[in-house]
Design a protein around this ligand. Sequence first.
Ligand code: HEM
Length: 413
Amino acid sequence: MISQRHKRDAPITNWPIVGPWFTNTNFIFTSNPMNVHHITSNNFGNNGKGPNYNEIFELTIQKKIENCLIPFLMMHPKLELRWTCKMPFRGSPLTLPAPVFLDIYDPICLPNMFTKLSHFAYQKALIVMEDVAFHRHITPRCLWKLQEWLQIGQEKKFKEAIKAFDKFLHERIASKREEQSRCNNHTKKEDDNTHSDLIRVLMEEGAEKGKIMDDKYLRDTAFTLVSAGSGTVSAGLSWFFWLVSTHPDVETKIFQEIKCEEFGKLVYLHGAICEALRLFPSIPFDHKCTIKSDILLSGHHVSPNTMIFYSLYSMGRMERIWGEDCMEFKPKRWISERGNIIHIPFYKFIPFNAGPRSCLGKDITFIEMKMVAVALLWRFHMQVVEGHPITPRLSITLGTEHGLKVKVTERCI
Ligand code: HEM
Protein backbone atom coordinates (compact mmCIF):
# COMPACT_ATOMS: atom_id res chain seq x y z
CA MET A 1 0.00 0.00 0.00
CA ILE A 2 1.30 3.44 -0.89
CA SER A 3 1.32 6.13 1.77
CA GLN A 4 -2.08 7.84 2.15
CA ARG A 5 -0.23 11.14 2.08
CA HIS A 6 -0.14 10.94 -1.70
CA LYS A 7 -3.82 10.03 -2.08
CA ARG A 8 -5.99 12.36 -4.13
CA ASP A 9 -9.60 11.16 -3.83
CA ALA A 10 -11.12 14.58 -3.40
CA PRO A 11 -13.92 15.35 -5.86
CA ILE A 12 -12.69 15.79 -9.42
CA THR A 13 -11.67 19.43 -9.37
CA ASN A 14 -11.16 22.49 -11.52
CA TRP A 15 -9.42 25.50 -9.99
CA PRO A 16 -9.15 28.74 -11.94
CA ILE A 17 -6.30 31.03 -10.75
CA VAL A 18 -5.88 34.56 -12.05
CA GLY A 19 -2.96 36.61 -10.72
CA PRO A 20 -1.90 40.26 -11.20
CA TRP A 21 -1.33 41.13 -14.88
CA PHE A 22 2.46 41.41 -14.59
CA THR A 23 2.81 37.83 -13.29
CA ASN A 24 1.20 36.42 -16.45
CA THR A 25 -0.89 34.08 -14.27
CA ASN A 26 -4.03 32.83 -15.96
CA PHE A 27 -4.31 29.17 -15.08
CA ILE A 28 -6.87 26.44 -14.60
CA PHE A 29 -5.93 23.28 -12.70
CA THR A 30 -8.08 20.28 -13.57
CA SER A 31 -8.04 16.59 -12.77
CA ASN A 32 -11.24 15.77 -14.61
CA PRO A 33 -10.54 13.02 -17.19
CA MET A 34 -13.31 14.35 -19.48
CA ASN A 35 -11.69 17.79 -19.51
CA VAL A 36 -8.31 16.21 -20.22
CA HIS A 37 -9.91 14.18 -23.05
CA HIS A 38 -11.41 17.42 -24.39
CA ILE A 39 -8.18 19.46 -24.42
CA THR A 40 -5.82 16.68 -25.57
CA SER A 41 -8.07 15.03 -28.19
CA ASN A 42 -11.60 16.35 -28.99
CA ASN A 43 -10.60 19.99 -29.17
CA PHE A 44 -6.88 19.39 -29.76
CA GLY A 45 -6.64 22.19 -32.36
CA ASN A 46 -7.57 24.81 -29.77
CA ASN A 47 -4.93 23.79 -27.23
CA GLY A 48 -1.31 24.40 -28.03
CA LYS A 49 1.63 24.61 -25.68
CA GLY A 50 1.31 28.38 -25.39
CA PRO A 51 3.54 31.22 -26.58
CA ASN A 52 6.03 30.71 -23.74
CA TYR A 53 6.58 27.01 -24.24
CA ASN A 54 9.64 27.29 -26.46
CA GLU A 55 11.16 29.71 -24.01
CA ILE A 56 10.50 27.36 -21.10
CA PHE A 57 12.00 24.35 -22.92
CA GLU A 58 14.88 26.04 -24.76
CA LEU A 59 15.96 23.56 -24.01
CA THR A 60 20.46 -2.44 -29.58
CA ILE A 61 18.99 -2.59 -26.08
CA GLN A 62 19.83 -6.32 -25.73
CA LYS A 63 23.53 -5.63 -26.35
CA LYS A 64 23.54 -2.86 -23.80
CA ILE A 65 22.02 -5.07 -21.12
CA GLU A 66 24.33 -7.98 -21.83
CA ASN A 67 27.53 -5.93 -22.15
CA CYS A 68 26.96 -3.38 -19.43
CA LEU A 69 24.26 -4.09 -16.95
CA ILE A 70 24.72 -7.78 -16.20
CA PRO A 71 28.58 -7.65 -16.10
CA PHE A 72 28.38 -4.63 -13.83
CA LEU A 73 26.17 -6.46 -11.32
CA MET A 74 28.06 -9.76 -11.63
CA MET A 75 31.29 -7.97 -10.77
CA HIS A 76 29.79 -6.95 -7.46
CA PRO A 77 28.43 -10.13 -5.82
CA LYS A 78 26.29 -9.50 -2.74
CA LEU A 79 26.42 -5.90 -3.64
CA GLU A 80 24.82 -3.16 -1.65
CA LEU A 81 24.25 -0.80 -4.44
CA ARG A 82 23.26 2.76 -4.08
CA TRP A 83 22.53 4.94 -6.99
CA THR A 84 23.40 8.09 -5.17
CA CYS A 85 22.54 10.55 -7.88
CA LYS A 86 19.10 12.13 -7.75
CA MET A 87 17.98 9.89 -10.61
CA PRO A 88 19.17 6.45 -9.55
CA PHE A 89 19.14 4.91 -13.01
CA ARG A 90 20.78 7.93 -14.55
CA GLY A 91 24.49 7.81 -15.06
CA SER A 92 24.24 4.11 -14.28
CA PRO A 93 24.61 1.30 -16.79
CA LEU A 94 20.86 1.53 -17.26
CA THR A 95 20.76 4.87 -18.95
CA LEU A 96 19.79 3.48 -22.30
CA PRO A 97 18.41 6.14 -24.65
CA ALA A 98 21.55 8.17 -25.21
CA PRO A 99 23.84 5.18 -25.77
CA VAL A 100 21.27 3.59 -28.07
CA PHE A 101 20.55 6.73 -30.06
CA LEU A 102 23.99 8.25 -30.12
CA ASP A 103 26.29 5.24 -29.88
CA ILE A 104 28.27 6.77 -27.06
CA TYR A 105 30.74 4.91 -24.94
CA ASP A 106 29.60 4.10 -21.48
CA PRO A 107 32.56 4.20 -19.08
CA ILE A 108 31.12 1.39 -16.97
CA CYS A 109 30.33 -0.69 -20.01
CA LEU A 110 32.75 -3.52 -20.65
CA PRO A 111 35.09 -3.35 -22.52
CA ASN A 112 35.16 0.45 -22.16
CA MET A 113 35.72 0.35 -18.43
CA PHE A 114 39.26 1.54 -18.57
CA THR A 115 38.73 4.21 -21.16
CA LYS A 116 38.88 7.70 -19.74
CA LEU A 117 35.69 9.32 -20.93
CA SER A 118 33.44 11.74 -19.20
CA HIS A 119 30.23 11.51 -21.16
CA PHE A 120 28.17 11.54 -18.00
CA ALA A 121 28.53 15.30 -18.07
CA TYR A 122 25.66 15.32 -20.58
CA GLN A 123 23.42 13.56 -18.04
CA LYS A 124 24.18 16.22 -15.45
CA ALA A 125 23.41 18.91 -18.02
CA LEU A 126 20.05 17.25 -18.76
CA ILE A 127 19.13 17.22 -15.06
CA VAL A 128 19.94 20.94 -14.75
CA MET A 129 17.84 21.73 -17.83
CA GLU A 130 14.85 19.82 -16.42
CA ASP A 131 15.15 21.55 -13.03
CA VAL A 132 15.30 25.00 -14.58
CA ALA A 133 12.36 24.23 -16.91
CA PHE A 134 10.38 23.23 -13.81
CA HIS A 135 11.31 26.51 -12.10
CA ARG A 136 10.16 28.47 -15.11
CA HIS A 137 6.72 26.87 -14.74
CA ILE A 138 6.34 28.02 -11.14
CA THR A 139 8.16 31.38 -11.23
CA PRO A 140 6.48 34.52 -12.63
CA ARG A 141 7.74 34.99 -16.17
CA CYS A 142 9.04 38.52 -15.55
CA LEU A 143 11.27 37.21 -12.73
CA TRP A 144 12.95 34.38 -14.58
CA LYS A 145 13.27 36.59 -17.68
CA LEU A 146 15.13 39.14 -15.55
CA GLN A 147 17.44 36.40 -14.20
CA GLU A 148 18.01 35.28 -17.78
CA TRP A 149 18.86 38.82 -18.88
CA LEU A 150 21.23 39.34 -15.94
CA GLN A 151 22.61 35.82 -16.33
CA ILE A 152 22.30 34.96 -12.65
CA GLY A 153 21.00 32.06 -10.54
CA GLN A 154 19.20 29.17 -12.22
CA GLU A 155 19.23 30.90 -15.60
CA LYS A 156 23.03 31.07 -15.63
CA LYS A 157 23.19 27.34 -14.87
CA PHE A 158 20.67 26.71 -17.64
CA LYS A 159 22.78 28.48 -20.26
CA GLU A 160 25.88 26.55 -19.17
CA ALA A 161 23.96 23.25 -19.28
CA ILE A 162 22.60 23.90 -22.80
CA LYS A 163 26.12 24.77 -23.93
CA ALA A 164 27.56 21.56 -22.44
CA PHE A 165 24.80 19.42 -23.95
CA ASP A 166 25.18 21.06 -27.36
CA LYS A 167 28.95 20.53 -27.27
CA PHE A 168 28.36 16.86 -26.51
CA LEU A 169 25.85 16.48 -29.38
CA HIS A 170 28.03 18.31 -31.90
CA GLU A 171 31.01 16.12 -30.96
CA ARG A 172 28.87 13.03 -31.59
CA ILE A 173 27.70 14.37 -34.94
CA ALA A 174 31.26 15.24 -36.01
CA SER A 175 32.49 11.78 -35.05
CA LYS A 176 29.62 10.15 -36.99
CA ARG A 177 30.45 12.23 -40.08
CA GLU A 178 34.06 11.11 -39.84
CA GLU A 179 32.97 7.49 -39.44
CA GLN A 180 30.66 7.79 -42.45
CA SER A 181 33.38 9.20 -44.69
CA ARG A 182 35.71 6.36 -43.58
CA CYS A 183 32.98 3.86 -44.51
CA ASN A 184 32.44 5.52 -47.89
CA ASN A 185 36.12 4.96 -48.67
CA HIS A 186 35.79 1.25 -47.97
CA THR A 187 34.65 -0.92 -50.83
CA LYS A 188 33.70 -3.94 -48.74
CA LYS A 189 30.69 -3.47 -46.49
CA GLU A 190 31.88 -6.38 -44.31
CA ASP A 191 34.73 -4.19 -43.11
CA ASP A 192 32.20 -1.90 -41.56
CA ASN A 193 32.21 -2.69 -37.88
CA THR A 194 30.75 0.61 -36.76
CA HIS A 195 27.47 0.67 -34.83
CA SER A 196 24.10 1.74 -36.05
CA ASP A 197 22.54 4.56 -34.10
CA LEU A 198 20.09 7.37 -34.59
CA ILE A 199 22.50 9.94 -36.06
CA ARG A 200 23.89 7.43 -38.51
CA VAL A 201 20.41 6.24 -39.54
CA LEU A 202 19.33 9.85 -40.18
CA MET A 203 22.48 10.53 -42.22
CA GLU A 204 21.98 7.38 -44.29
CA GLU A 205 18.33 8.19 -44.87
CA GLY A 206 19.35 11.62 -46.18
CA ALA A 207 22.07 10.11 -48.41
CA GLU A 208 19.50 7.72 -49.97
CA LYS A 209 17.42 10.73 -50.93
CA GLY A 210 20.49 12.55 -52.22
CA LYS A 211 20.43 15.03 -49.30
CA ILE A 212 22.98 15.92 -46.67
CA MET A 213 21.30 16.24 -43.28
CA ASP A 214 22.64 19.43 -41.74
CA ASP A 215 24.07 19.55 -38.23
CA LYS A 216 21.15 21.58 -36.90
CA TYR A 217 18.59 18.97 -37.99
CA LEU A 218 20.68 16.15 -36.50
CA ARG A 219 21.28 18.10 -33.29
CA ASP A 220 17.58 18.97 -32.87
CA THR A 221 16.37 15.40 -33.48
CA ALA A 222 18.96 13.91 -31.12
CA PHE A 223 18.19 16.57 -28.53
CA THR A 224 14.43 15.82 -28.63
CA LEU A 225 14.79 12.07 -28.34
CA VAL A 226 17.54 12.02 -25.71
CA SER A 227 15.93 14.68 -23.54
CA ALA A 228 12.43 13.12 -23.85
CA GLY A 229 13.57 9.55 -23.33
CA SER A 230 16.41 9.72 -20.82
CA GLY A 231 15.04 10.95 -17.51
CA THR A 232 11.59 9.49 -18.10
CA VAL A 233 12.74 5.89 -18.50
CA SER A 234 15.30 6.19 -15.66
CA ALA A 235 12.62 7.56 -13.32
CA GLY A 236 10.12 4.87 -14.38
CA LEU A 237 12.68 2.12 -13.74
CA SER A 238 13.60 3.48 -10.31
CA TRP A 239 9.99 3.53 -9.11
CA PHE A 240 9.28 0.15 -10.72
CA PHE A 241 12.17 -1.52 -8.86
CA TRP A 242 11.29 0.21 -5.62
CA LEU A 243 7.67 -1.01 -5.84
CA VAL A 244 8.67 -4.56 -6.84
CA SER A 245 11.27 -4.83 -4.06
CA THR A 246 8.73 -3.69 -1.48
CA HIS A 247 6.06 -6.13 -2.75
CA PRO A 248 7.65 -9.63 -2.58
CA ASP A 249 4.44 -11.32 -3.82
CA VAL A 250 4.64 -9.26 -7.03
CA GLU A 251 8.35 -10.07 -7.42
CA THR A 252 7.60 -13.82 -7.09
CA LYS A 253 4.81 -13.64 -9.69
CA ILE A 254 6.99 -11.73 -12.17
CA PHE A 255 9.79 -14.26 -11.64
CA GLN A 256 7.37 -17.19 -12.24
CA GLU A 257 6.05 -15.52 -15.36
CA ILE A 258 9.55 -14.90 -16.78
CA LYS A 259 10.29 -18.62 -16.17
CA CYS A 260 7.23 -19.84 -18.08
CA GLU A 261 6.34 -17.30 -20.76
CA GLU A 262 7.88 -15.85 -23.89
CA PHE A 263 8.97 -12.20 -23.81
CA GLY A 264 5.94 -11.08 -25.87
CA LYS A 265 3.48 -12.67 -23.44
CA LEU A 266 4.60 -11.15 -20.16
CA VAL A 267 1.15 -9.86 -19.20
CA TYR A 268 1.76 -9.63 -15.45
CA LEU A 269 5.02 -7.75 -15.94
CA HIS A 270 3.21 -5.38 -18.32
CA GLY A 271 0.58 -4.76 -15.61
CA ALA A 272 3.33 -4.11 -13.02
CA ILE A 273 4.98 -1.51 -15.29
CA CYS A 274 1.60 0.18 -15.93
CA GLU A 275 1.01 0.28 -12.16
CA ALA A 276 4.43 1.84 -11.51
CA LEU A 277 3.79 4.51 -14.15
CA ARG A 278 0.24 5.10 -12.85
CA LEU A 279 1.43 5.72 -9.27
CA PHE A 280 4.66 7.48 -10.25
CA PRO A 281 4.24 9.00 -13.74
CA SER A 282 7.70 10.06 -14.95
CA ILE A 283 6.25 13.41 -16.01
CA PRO A 284 4.04 14.40 -13.07
CA PHE A 285 2.13 17.29 -14.65
CA ASP A 286 1.38 18.70 -18.07
CA HIS A 287 -0.36 21.74 -19.50
CA LYS A 288 -2.04 23.16 -22.58
CA CYS A 289 -2.80 26.74 -23.51
CA THR A 290 -6.11 27.68 -25.15
CA ILE A 291 -6.09 29.54 -28.45
CA LYS A 292 -9.78 30.57 -28.58
CA SER A 293 -12.29 30.67 -25.73
CA ASP A 294 -13.80 27.29 -24.94
CA ILE A 295 -16.16 25.47 -22.57
CA LEU A 296 -14.72 22.40 -20.86
CA LEU A 297 -16.87 19.28 -20.46
CA SER A 298 -17.17 20.13 -16.76
CA GLY A 299 -19.00 23.31 -17.85
CA HIS A 300 -16.08 25.67 -17.04
CA HIS A 301 -15.58 28.57 -19.38
CA VAL A 302 -11.97 29.23 -20.42
CA SER A 303 -10.83 32.42 -22.07
CA PRO A 304 -8.13 32.52 -24.76
CA ASN A 305 -4.51 32.25 -23.61
CA THR A 306 -5.38 30.37 -20.41
CA MET A 307 -2.97 27.72 -19.19
CA ILE A 308 -4.81 24.50 -18.28
CA PHE A 309 -2.66 22.38 -15.98
CA TYR A 310 -3.50 18.75 -15.30
CA SER A 311 -1.74 16.59 -12.78
CA LEU A 312 -0.83 13.18 -14.17
CA TYR A 313 0.33 12.25 -10.65
CA SER A 314 -3.04 13.03 -8.99
CA MET A 315 -5.04 11.42 -11.78
CA GLY A 316 -3.16 8.16 -11.22
CA ARG A 317 -4.28 8.12 -7.59
CA MET A 318 -7.93 9.13 -7.74
CA GLU A 319 -10.56 6.85 -6.26
CA ARG A 320 -13.10 8.08 -8.82
CA ILE A 321 -10.92 6.86 -11.66
CA TRP A 322 -9.25 3.77 -10.18
CA GLY A 323 -11.60 2.65 -7.41
CA GLU A 324 -11.15 2.18 -3.67
CA ASP A 325 -7.84 0.35 -4.02
CA CYS A 326 -6.34 3.25 -6.04
CA MET A 327 -3.34 3.51 -3.68
CA GLU A 328 -2.39 -0.17 -3.98
CA PHE A 329 0.31 -1.45 -6.32
CA LYS A 330 -1.82 -4.13 -8.00
CA PRO A 331 -0.60 -5.40 -11.39
CA LYS A 332 -3.71 -7.66 -11.50
CA ARG A 333 -5.99 -4.67 -12.10
CA TRP A 334 -4.63 -4.58 -15.67
CA ILE A 335 -5.46 -8.23 -16.44
CA SER A 336 -8.87 -9.45 -17.63
CA GLU A 337 -10.45 -12.76 -16.58
CA ARG A 338 -9.25 -14.20 -19.88
CA GLY A 339 -5.70 -13.20 -19.01
CA ASN A 340 -5.36 -10.32 -21.47
CA ILE A 341 -4.30 -6.73 -20.80
CA ILE A 342 -7.30 -4.49 -20.13
CA HIS A 343 -7.27 -1.38 -22.32
CA ILE A 344 -7.69 1.81 -20.33
CA PRO A 345 -8.14 5.02 -22.39
CA PHE A 346 -5.19 7.40 -22.27
CA TYR A 347 -7.16 10.28 -20.82
CA LYS A 348 -7.53 8.11 -17.70
CA PHE A 349 -4.18 6.29 -17.76
CA ILE A 350 -2.34 9.46 -18.52
CA PRO A 351 1.48 8.99 -17.98
CA PHE A 352 2.10 9.16 -21.73
CA ASN A 353 -0.39 12.00 -22.24
CA ALA A 354 -3.34 11.60 -24.64
CA GLY A 355 -4.37 12.64 -28.14
CA PRO A 356 -2.20 13.60 -31.11
CA ARG A 357 0.59 15.04 -28.90
CA SER A 358 0.99 11.90 -26.81
CA CYS A 359 4.38 10.30 -26.22
CA LEU A 360 6.12 8.98 -29.33
CA GLY A 361 8.32 6.73 -27.21
CA LYS A 362 5.60 4.73 -25.43
CA ASP A 363 6.24 1.43 -27.22
CA ILE A 364 10.02 1.66 -26.89
CA THR A 365 9.54 2.49 -23.19
CA PHE A 366 7.63 -0.73 -22.54
CA ILE A 367 10.21 -2.75 -24.49
CA GLU A 368 13.12 -1.13 -22.62
CA MET A 369 11.54 -1.42 -19.19
CA LYS A 370 10.54 -5.06 -19.78
CA MET A 371 14.02 -6.00 -21.03
CA VAL A 372 15.73 -4.41 -18.05
CA ALA A 373 13.19 -5.94 -15.62
CA VAL A 374 13.56 -9.45 -17.12
CA ALA A 375 17.37 -9.27 -17.19
CA LEU A 376 17.59 -8.08 -13.59
CA LEU A 377 14.79 -10.00 -11.89
CA TRP A 378 15.76 -13.26 -13.57
CA ARG A 379 19.28 -13.18 -12.13
CA PHE A 380 19.10 -11.00 -9.07
CA HIS A 381 17.00 -10.43 -6.00
CA MET A 382 16.81 -6.80 -4.97
CA GLN A 383 16.02 -5.69 -1.48
CA VAL A 384 15.47 -2.08 -0.56
CA VAL A 385 17.78 -1.04 2.30
CA GLU A 386 15.62 -0.27 5.33
CA GLY A 387 15.61 3.28 6.61
CA HIS A 388 16.74 4.83 3.36
CA PRO A 389 14.29 7.66 2.62
CA ILE A 390 12.29 7.48 -0.60
CA THR A 391 10.77 10.80 -1.50
CA PRO A 392 9.56 12.03 -4.89
CA ARG A 393 11.73 14.80 -6.27
CA LEU A 394 9.98 17.79 -7.76
CA SER A 395 11.17 18.55 -11.25
CA ILE A 396 9.94 18.08 -14.79
CA THR A 397 10.59 14.35 -14.28
CA LEU A 398 9.57 12.59 -11.08
CA GLY A 399 12.78 11.10 -9.72
CA THR A 400 13.66 10.07 -6.17
CA GLU A 401 15.14 12.80 -3.98
CA HIS A 402 17.73 10.62 -2.21
CA GLY A 403 18.33 8.00 -4.87
CA LEU A 404 17.47 4.35 -4.43
CA LYS A 405 19.47 2.07 -2.13
CA VAL A 406 19.08 -1.64 -2.80
CA LYS A 407 20.93 -4.80 -1.83
CA VAL A 408 21.48 -6.98 -4.88
CA THR A 409 22.00 -10.74 -4.44
CA GLU A 410 22.46 -13.25 -7.22
CA ARG A 411 19.70 -15.85 -7.40
CA CYS A 412 20.45 -19.59 -7.46
CA ILE A 413 18.75 -20.64 -10.69
C1 HEM B 1 8.54 6.19 -18.84
C2 HEM B 1 8.79 6.68 -20.05
C3 HEM B 1 8.11 7.86 -20.69
C4 HEM B 1 7.06 8.62 -20.25
C5 HEM B 1 6.26 8.46 -18.96
C6 HEM B 1 6.83 9.64 -21.26
C7 HEM B 1 5.84 10.61 -21.19
C8 HEM B 1 5.63 11.59 -22.14
C9 HEM B 1 4.66 12.65 -22.03
C10 HEM B 1 3.72 12.89 -20.84
C11 HEM B 1 4.75 13.41 -23.14
C12 HEM B 1 3.95 14.68 -23.48
C13 HEM B 1 4.76 15.88 -23.05
C14 HEM B 1 4.09 17.17 -23.43
O1 HEM B 1 2.88 17.25 -23.51
O2 HEM B 1 4.82 18.12 -23.60
C15 HEM B 1 5.80 12.84 -23.97
C16 HEM B 1 6.18 13.35 -25.19
C17 HEM B 1 7.19 12.81 -25.97
N1 HEM B 1 7.93 11.69 -25.68
FE1 HEM B 1 7.76 10.54 -24.05
N2 HEM B 1 7.75 9.49 -22.28
C18 HEM B 1 8.55 8.41 -21.98
C19 HEM B 1 9.59 7.91 -22.73
C20 HEM B 1 9.94 8.37 -23.98
C21 HEM B 1 11.01 7.80 -24.80
C22 HEM B 1 11.88 6.60 -24.40
C23 HEM B 1 11.08 8.58 -25.92
C24 HEM B 1 12.01 8.46 -27.11
C25 HEM B 1 12.49 7.38 -27.54
C26 HEM B 1 10.05 9.59 -25.84
C27 HEM B 1 9.81 10.53 -26.80
C28 HEM B 1 8.85 11.52 -26.70
C29 HEM B 1 8.68 12.57 -27.70
C30 HEM B 1 9.50 12.75 -28.97
C31 HEM B 1 7.63 13.38 -27.23
C32 HEM B 1 7.07 14.64 -27.90
C33 HEM B 1 5.81 14.28 -28.68
C34 HEM B 1 5.18 15.52 -29.30
O3 HEM B 1 5.37 16.60 -28.77
O4 HEM B 1 4.48 15.37 -30.28
N3 HEM B 1 9.38 9.43 -24.64
N4 HEM B 1 6.31 11.73 -23.34
